[in-house]
Design a binder for this molecule. Structure first.
Ligand SMILES: Cc1ncc(COP(=O)(O)O)c(C=O)c1O
Length: 376
């Protein structure tokens, strides 16, 4: 069976993990965590990057930094992972789900403003499949209504919007380094802080409410408990595993893009014939080949396709069940306006195997299996 995903692994990782062990500094903020933070800052021109224990906890931190109060509202797409929503629920907010665009599966920027009330505090832009939301429009709306913008760029590491790295455009950006992502540390993530006035509060939040980061930099002579916080620092062992991949980030990206481009080219005739739909990358965006999806006619055809592919040793998976129809979505949120695309499009979409190192033979097998399904 061709796996849907295989976690990225680079051989130098074991050497780096050994170095972390030998340094007797395997807790948070060791040498490899610092290297990763610095790499993210330099590569993406990010003002501040902090590795976290997951993409979810990066979102938790972003939500806490937005300083929400009971009754405050947060606008987000319903077509996303539970983490996007639960971070804001934990921070006390009510969720307002807005429909997506069918081409990119991202929040429809033209439907956001209508969902804004005097309680709205945040817009969350989820860059689905590593393809950017329409950030110019979203930032303009946020500016007009004095709202925070949090980018859920869990899938968007190495993608850009008008030349800017995803995660660096809103107030805060959140990356995931889960094993299903392009770059991984098993479980992990990063918070990107784009407004320097939040740096100190973020460090305190991440360090159990203490000013320990300031202490380590020699800015205070002893550290103490200064505010509420949590423990969001990953072990340096995990950071060592990630560092090995960041050193060859372009190689990994090119490998994934090659597979993605092969799929795109191979399936274009099926798309031209109106049998399927394939991803659209807006001209002003570059993407990281996080995912190759295709859309069937409807749910019934998708179910048949997934079983057919499994019979042909290809593991293909569908994606999110819209949050507004999930039990917690009903409890914590509401859908604003008409669900024109969220449910319908989510039922048609399936994802094909795509990971660093997917062999040409396996890729061709996937292509053949998909073609034979639609051509017979
Ligand atoms: C859009 C989105 N947001 C948040 C997350 C959460 O990231 P993590 O699994 O690192 O907590 C994911 C990961 O699956 C995701 O795809």
């Amino acid at each position: 069976m061709i796996s849907f995903n295989y976690p990225p692994y680079v051989e130098t990782a074991l050497d780096y993990i050994q170095q972390a062990v030998a340094s007797h500094k395997i807790c948070g903020d060791g040498q490899f965590t610092k290297k990763c933070n610095q790499w993210l800052e330099e590569r993406f021109s990010a003002q501040k990057a902090l590795l976290t224990t997951s993409g979810t906890t990066a979102l938790d931190m972003a939500a806490l930094l937005c300083d929400l109060h009971p009754g405050d509202e947060v606008i987000l797409p319903s077509y996303t992972f539970s983490s996007t929503a639960t971070a804001f629920v934990l921070a006390g907010a009510k969720l307002v789900f807005v429909d997506i665009r069918p081409d990119t599966m991202n929040i429809d920027e033209n439907k956001i403003e209508d969902a804004i009330t005097d309680k709205t505090k945040v817009i969350v832009a989820v860059h689905y499949a590593g393809v950017a939301c329409e950030m110019d429009a979203i930032m303009e709306i946020a500016k007009k209504h004095n709202l925070f913008v949090v980018e859920d760029a869990a899938q968007g590491v190495m993608s850009t919007y008008r030349g800017r790295a995803l995660g660096t455009i809103g107030d805060f950006g959140c990356y995931s380094f889960h094993e299903t992502k392009n770059y991984s540390m098993g479980e992990g993530g990063a918070l990107i802080i784009n407004r320097p006035e939040y740096n100190e509060r973020a460090e305190i939040l991440r360090e159990k409410g203490t000013n320990r980061s300031k202490f380590f930099r020699g800015q205070v002579d002893k550290y103490t408990w200064v505010d509420f916080g949590d423990s969001y620092l990953p072990s340096d062992l995990n950071a060592a595993y990630l560092w090995a991949q960041l050193e060859v980030a372009d190689k990994i990206n090119e490998d994934r893009l090659h597979t993605w481009n092969c799929y795109h080219e191979a399936f274009q005739p099926l798309a031209d014939a109106g049998k399927i739909e394939i991803p659209v990358i807006p001209a002003h965006c570059t993407h990281n080949a996080h995912m190759f999806w295709l859309k069937c006619k409807d749910l019934e055809e998708r179910t048949k396709l997934i079983s057919y592919l499994r019979e042909h040793d290809v593991y293909s998976v569908f994606h999110y069940i819209p949050l507004h129809s999930a039990p917690a979505g009903l409890k914590y949120g509401r859908f604003h306006g008409k669900d024109e695309y969220t449910t319908k499009e989510s039922e048609r979409l399936t994802r094909l195997p795509l990971y660093y190192g997917l062999s040409e033979a396996d890729r061709e097998q996937v292509i053949e299996a998909v073609r034979s399904f639609f051509e017979t």
